[in-house]
Design a protein around this ligand. Structure first.
Ligand code: SPV
Ligand code: MG
Length: 669
């Protein structure tokens, strides 16, 4: 495609503004002339060749074009009769340059906003810009439409007409009849009319459709009053802002394409989602916030980068009041639908607009996301993530998982509430649930090899950090091997409890005989474990059973400080009372002396206390230790009973997901 710009006119009506250069060199903003803006847009669209008709001050114009340093190749065609003929003759002079090519034709005094130009370039077939919202201009072009095509263009048509601007994209088959007719007009000496007079004779062969630009800027500058209006409108257009939110840590071609589109609408402000917001709705970011922010700021044409603290855009939109929000159209359905609705609602309060572009479902981009997930699942990256989450969030939540599928539930379950997203941060590999899934009692009967097998099953399909329930840890001599194995597998933390002998589940309390280890022995076990580990990431948490075994708060506290002294990276205090006051008392007393060691809680019995309250009282990890097991098995029991009672499969249907859903639950790689 070649661009044809008509710049032979004298521009008399501009007065002194055209006394030293042609009209197209009139400044329309602090950085642009009419021509520099047109040429920049042409170059950005990838057009290489520009044919420009000149006449008056042709050398000034040629030098000016060269000074712009744009990647364009110019053919300047002088209309020797520029002061006696209309531009129909100028076009005629260019005919040898414009055969057999698609043409972008514009008058040299036309100013249009980026999106008008983009729409022209993207138009399928030939088009001319018109405006259905503009009042019919007295002296400027109007177009008459017939059957969806332009049938006449001229200043004299007022019936069934729309305002029209001389910006055309013409496919070569549609351009040829018009050019031929222009040449014929000139051969016949009709050089004082508009080129459109020739078009009107052959319009049915030209198939030009109207492209309605509505109230967007697309206007000619004929006199100083027009200039003032365009100057003001351009300033308004160019000070518009566009907001986009990014959670990605990889910038690929799909992102670049949508960023470019957004930049056409105005100055681009990028909201970079905080690490916490990303971790709570998608996956842990591979690249930390500050680096992602710098990455975005380094992209060409990005006006500003701000932090977006939640998935909800609301706070940033209310503060920045962007004219546009740009997003892929993928959020019309699914999880982000309410986020989109909130964006629309907020934009409506001040007249902003949402612009959506088709979402790129390119396979290679999906592949990149898979690769990122795979990376996050690798032992060395996964292991340290619990510490990172503790630093980032202060309070981390974990839910039990005892198999691949429960691991996936822990990994993927997401809730959107008041513009915020919630996910579990980590998984708890409970001894109770792992044993229960195998139909065995929780008495350290399921051996470590089998427990590791469960870890491996979960590791294979998830990326979140794992906290391993190490029961008593066994003999110190054995525990060191357990530590190394777990660390090598990518587990983030092992929790061992200070019991000896036949361990029973803590929730039995004193109803069964259970013995607590001595402080000395247990400290020795912790120290041996700490010495055995190879990386600084791995954490050993000491679990205190004093409250379970009714030994009192003082014993619990004495042990807590001793275990920290022995090297424990965290303390778990357990209770089986429904009243949380002994836990709160422990937290208060412990925090009075130790502000930093993370405290882990398992609120199975005191389950009505909220995470916020735990956080306020100084806890750092809340483990939902058995809820998937306790909710899953009753549902299975019900289905089994229904089949027995109904003597057919269908009797259980109401308790079952569809076969389709179960097949689709786990997509194949
Ligand atoms: C487990 O989940 O296996 C635990 C926590 O150790 S509790 O069952 O409360 O003892
Ligand atoms: Mg346990």
């Amino acid at each position: 495609m070649k661009a044809l710009i008509l710049n032979s006119g004298l521009g008399h009506r501009m007065g002194v503004l055209t006394s030293e250069h042609p009209k197209c060199m009139t400044e329309i903003s602090a950085t642009d002339t009419i021509l520099s803006r047109q040429l920049r847009l042409i170059a950005e669209a990838g057009i290489k060749e520009v044919v420009m008709t000149t006449g008056y001050y042709n050398q000034v114009l040629e030098r000016y074009c060269a000074s712009l340093n744009l990647p364009l190749q110019y053919s300047f065609v002088v209309n020797p009769l520029y002061d006696k003929t209309n531009y129909i003759y100028s076009i005629c002079c260019t005919k040898d340059y414009l055969q057999d090519d698609d043409i972008l034709l514009m008058h040299g005094d036309l100013v249009f906003e980026n999106t008008v130009f983009d729409d022209v370039m993207a138009f399928q077939g030939s088009c001319m810009t018109v405006s259905s919202t503009l009042a019919l201009p007295e002296k400027d072009f109007k177009a008459v439409l017939a059957d969806g095509y332009i049938s006449k263009v001229g200043i004299e048509y007022f019936d069934d007409a729309v305002a029209a601007q001389p910006l055309y994209k013409l496919c070569k088959v549609d351009w040829k009849p018009w050019l031929d007719r222009i040449v014929k007009f000139c051969d016949d000496g009709q050089t004082g009319v508009y080129a459109e007079n020739a078009l009107n004779q052959v319009a049915s062969a030209c198939h030009i459709r109207p492209l309605d630009v509505g109230d967007r800027l697309c206007a000619e500058i004929d006199n100083p009053q027009d200039l003032e209006v365009v100057y003001g409108r351009l300033h308004e257009v160019e000070s518009r802002t566009v907001y986009m939110s990014f959670s990605t840590d990889i910038i690929h071609g799909g992102h670049v394409a949508i960023i470019h589109k957004a930049q056409r609408l105005g100055r681009l402000i990028i909201g970079v989602l905080s690490d916490e917001a990303i971790a709570s709705y998608r996956r842990f970011p591979i690249i930390p916030f500050e680096e992602r922010k710098a990455l975005m700021a380094s992209l060409g044409g990005v006006y500003k980068v701000v932090e977006q603290k939640t998935l909800s855009y609301k706070d940033n939109l209310l503060e920045l009041k962007p004219d546009y929000v740009v997003h892929g159209d993928d959020w019309r359905e699914g999880f982000q639908k309410p986020v989109r609705q909130e964006v629309l609602d907020v934009l409506a309060t001040y007249g902003g607009r949402l612009v959506e572009f088709p979402y790129s479902r390119d396979k290679k981009y999906q592949e990149l996301d898979k690769l990122s997930r795979a990376q996050l699942a690798m032992p060395d990256l996964r292991r340290g993530r619990l510490r990172k989450l503790l630093n980032m969030k202060g309070l981390v939540t974990a839910i039990e998982a005892h198999s691949g599928i429960t691991g996936l539930i822990a990994e993927k379950t997401t809730v959107l509430q008041d513009g915020k997203t919630y996910q579990f941060d980590a998984m708890w590999l409970s001894s109770l649930c792992d044993s229960t899934a195998k139909g065995k009692p929780d008495i350290e009967l399921v051996d470590m090899t089998s427990r590791f097998r469960t870890v491996d099953d979960i590791m294979e399909v998830t990326t979140k950090p794992i906290i391993f329930d190490g029961d008593t840890g066994g003999l110190a001599e054995h525990f060191v091997y357990t530590v190394r194995s777990l660390e090598r597998m990518g587990v983030s933390m092992v929790i061992i409890e200070d019991k000896v002998g036949l361990k029973k589940n803590s929730l039995f309390g004193t109803e069964v005989p259970q013995s607590q280890d001595s402080i000395e022995n247990f400290c020795a076990k912790i120290s041996a474990g700490k010495k055995a580990q190879k990386t600084p990431d791995f954490m050993i948490c000491a679990r205190i059973e004093s409250l379970i075994l009714e030994r009192g708060l003082d014993d619990a506290l004495q042990r807590a400080f001793a275990y920290v002294q022995a090297g424990a990276d965290a303390i778990m205090i357990h209770s089986r009372k429904a009243d949380p006051s002994e836990i709160f008392a422990f937290l208060e007393a412990f925090r009075a002396k130790d502000k930093t060691t993370p405290v882990v809680l398992v609120p199975t019995s005191y389950g009505s206390v909220t995470e916020d309250e735990f956080k306020r009282r100084g806890a750092n990890i809340v483990i939902y230790a058995n809820q998937l097991t306790r909710s899953g098995f009753p549902a299975m029991q019900k289905a089994a009973e229904a089949i027995l009672a109904g003597h057919c499969a269908q009797a259980a249907d109401e308790f079952c997901m569809s076969i389709k859903d179960i097949i689709n639950l786990i997509p194949e790689e």
